[in-house]
Design a protein around this ligand. Structure first.
Ligand SMILES: Nc1ncnc2c1ncn2[C@@H]1O[C@H](COP(=O)(O)OP(=O)(O)OP(=O)(O)O)[C@@H](O)[C@H]1O
Length: 626
């Protein structure tokens, strides 16, 4: 068997330059979304089935169809299902050029009070990047535009698969032992991303020999669609057949919170403890390095520390380099981590080469040498012959994200070999493809409210929707703390006690881990947090996501709302939008082709009043404490 380690120190949160890069990315996305394209979908006739793990909201679909026929973009109003004209008490939001409905909500059920926001028939965002085929004149021209922008050809030709596809566990080429283990863990089928990625991965590995690189894979699939198993299973399958322990797979994740949720071997250990569990304790130098683990899960920062300071730690045997949450990681320039890692996987020119001397054991049998074949010539002065063939790089790179970067510069920096782009995205009309595919079971709502009414709106949502297992994202640790104090005080004043916790970078890693465990067990009603867990964290029980502050960038929004409706479940996401923010927020969604997914949620004016007294009492109690 093999072992897994995880090292999660180093850089944790957003880097300084991330905003600029995100802005740049969004500009590029905007440009790309203006290009008409078509999608090349894989044939789904071989052993595939459409399952109910991603239910389609037919009612909503029909409604949207009708809306798409509207000649122009009407003001974003909330209209009850049977209303055709605005209710008398609707007000016009001048800042965002929209009609805001303050009509009392119908009943408590949000479904009844929410209605689809109007669509953008005049929206110029035409298509999602980069699924382009050269079927007509228009798309040929557009394709050229993209080429001129430096987008590589393979990114323009993805293998696309619809999110509602699935297949049997036996149909992807994994060993029967692993299939059995998947069944034992309760899996009954593979999701779309797994169905497409696992066979592609295994096929590329099977074709690999020392002269031909296995070829890299880039995968874009919605949040909660099962990307992790798509790489874990084939890696485990391949490595479980290896007898000698070498560091063969490296998974890079952007934050330590994500590393904590994967693997179980190493906890929050000191660097020295990590070194010992990673390479053992030895003063001797081994050309082939040493490893006590086959798979390492690490943040870039801590990995760089080991590359620099851990003797005998080497990446020369690496076969798989997984970059999960790739767009986020590629935005992190921390110590030029990517270049350092890539370099460490390549043999370097070495002037002090030793003469090759094979070690033999006590029976004079030659021991297998620890040096990776491609590193032999950089370690030893090997005899050369005309028959020597150059060896191809053996590291296979795998990039995963729900919001995969399209920045040509960043893609080039990865030095990908014969890459294939696999994209899980909805099938549909060839135009107006959204740039981001979100889970089918996710319903997204926007609630307009003023800054001072935000805490009250959260109280309303909590009690009115009877939220259990909710996540509430704020923009800062301070904001998280203030909201938590207010909600706790509200609970004390009114006796409406809910278990509300705060999850922030100020907590110790062990406390954070324990909070996540409690949340998973269903003991927490609302976890207020910053974007620390906005990405990648898999809490399968999240019913509702509240964005207390509007996310400024689209990918942040997508990752936040993607904490719910995971693995084919249903979930709701509410974004509290101040009037002056509404225009930017809507524009952001519109240019990503995502505006149609959003509905407006009208707070019931009468119902919210019932929480007002308690809220005022909580405010008064807090100001006394000050
Ligand atoms: N084939 C499957 N059958 C049932 N559940 C699955 C299957 N594959 C994955 N899951 C579950 O789906 C959930 C989401 O998976 P995962 O965390 O890999 O999503 P993701 O695509 O990486 O999301 P994100 O982009 O947000 O990180 C997990 O709880 C996982 O256990």
């Amino acid at each position: 068997m093999f072992s897994i380690a995880r090292y999660e120190g180093g850089d944790d949160d957003d880097t300084r330059d991330e905003r600029t890069l995100e802005k740049k990315q969004e500009r590029l996305d905007k440009l790309l979304s203006k290009v008409n394209n078509k999608r090349k979908h894989v044939s789904t006739d071989q052993a595939t089935e459409t399952t109910d793990h991603s239910p389609v909201d037919k009612k909503k679909k029909n409604k949207k169809k009708v809306q798409q026929q509207r000649p122009s973009d009407p003001p974003a109003s909330t209209v009850a299902p049977d209303q055709s004209t605005p209710a008398p008490d609707q007000t016009i939001d001048a800042a965002s050029d929209q009609t805001i409905d303050t009509t009392p909500a119908l009943d408590n059920a949000p479904d009844q009070t929410m209605d689809a926001a109007p669509t953008d028939a005049d929206d110029t965002g035409l298509e999602v990047f980069p699924d382009v085929v050269t079927a007509n004149k228009q798309s040929k021209e557009d394709l050229q535009v993209l080429r001129n922008m430096g987008i590589p050809e393979w990114l323009l030709q993805p293998t696309a698969i619809a999110p509602d596809q699935s297949c049997s566990l036996t149909n992807v080429g994994l060993s029967s032992r692993l299939v059995q283990q998947c069944q034992d863990q309760g899996l009954s089928s593979f999701f779309a991303v797994q169905m497409q990625v696992i066979p592609a991965f295994l096929r590329r590995q099977a074709l690999y020999d020392t002269r031909r690189a296995p070829g890299d894979l880039c995968i874009s699939a919605p949040t909660g669609s099962g990307k992790t198993l798509a790489y874990v299973l084939p890696i485990v399958d391949i490595l479980s057949k290896r007898r000698v322990t070498r560091l063969r797979a490296l998974v890079i994740l952007p934050t330590r919170d994500l590393v904590i949720q994967v693997g179980i071997v190493v906890g929050q250990h000191s660097f020295l403890q990590e070194q010992a569990s990673l390479v053992g304790k030895s003063d001797e130098r081994y050309d082939g390095g040493q490893s006590k683990v086959d798979i390492l899960i690490a943040t870039p920062g801590r990995l760089m520390d080991h590359l620099k300071d851990t003797p005998n730690f080497t990446l020369q045997h690496l076969r798989f380099l997984v970059i999960d949450e790739a767009d986020k990681l590629l935005n992190q320039s921390y110590q030029d981590w990517l270049n350092h890692i890539l370099q460490a996987t390549q043999p370097q020119t070495n002037k002090d080469k030793a003469t090759l001397a094979f070690k033999t054991d006590k029976y004079s049998v030659v021991e297998s040498d620890g040096v990776a074949p491609s590193f032999m010539s950089s370690c030893f002065d090997l005899p050369r012959s005309d028959l020597d063939l150059p060896k191809a790089p053996c590291v296979q790179k795998l990039l995963f994200s729900a919001t995969l970067t399209k920045d040509p510069g960043k893609i080039a920096g990865l030095h990908l070999t014969d890459p294939e782009f696999i994209s899980v995205q909805r099938q549909g009309s060839e135009t107006n493809q959204p740039q981001y595919t979100t889970p089918a079971g996710l319903k997204e709502y926007m609630t307009i409210c003023s800054t001072d009414k935000k805490p009250l709106t959260v109280i309303y949502l909590l009690h009115q929707l009877k939220i259990k297992s909710g996540l509430c994202f704020t923009k800062s640790v301070e904001s998280t703390r203030r909201l938590k104090m207010l909600l706790d005080t509200y609970g004390k004043q009114t006796g409406a006690g809910l278990n509300i916790v705060e999850y922030s970078s100020d907590l110790k890693a062990s406390q954070r881990k324990s909070l996540l465990a409690q949340f998973k067990e269903g003991h927490i009603d609302l976890m207020i947090c910053s974007d620390l867990i906005g990405r990648g964290i898999d809490l399968d029980c999240v019913e509702v996501v509240i964005s207390y502050d509007v996310p400024v960038f689209m990918d942040k929004y997508i990752h936040r709302v993607g904490r719910t409706a995971r693995a084919g479940r249903e979930g709701r996401a509410f974004t509290l939008v101040e009037r002056q923010e509404a225009r930017h927020f809507k524009e952001m969604l519109r240019s990503a082709g995502h505006y149609q997914q959003l509905e407006t949620f009208a707070v019931d004016k009468e119902q919210i009043k019932t929480f007002e007294d308690g809220y005022q009492a909580a405010l008064a109690a807090l100001s006394q404490d000050d």
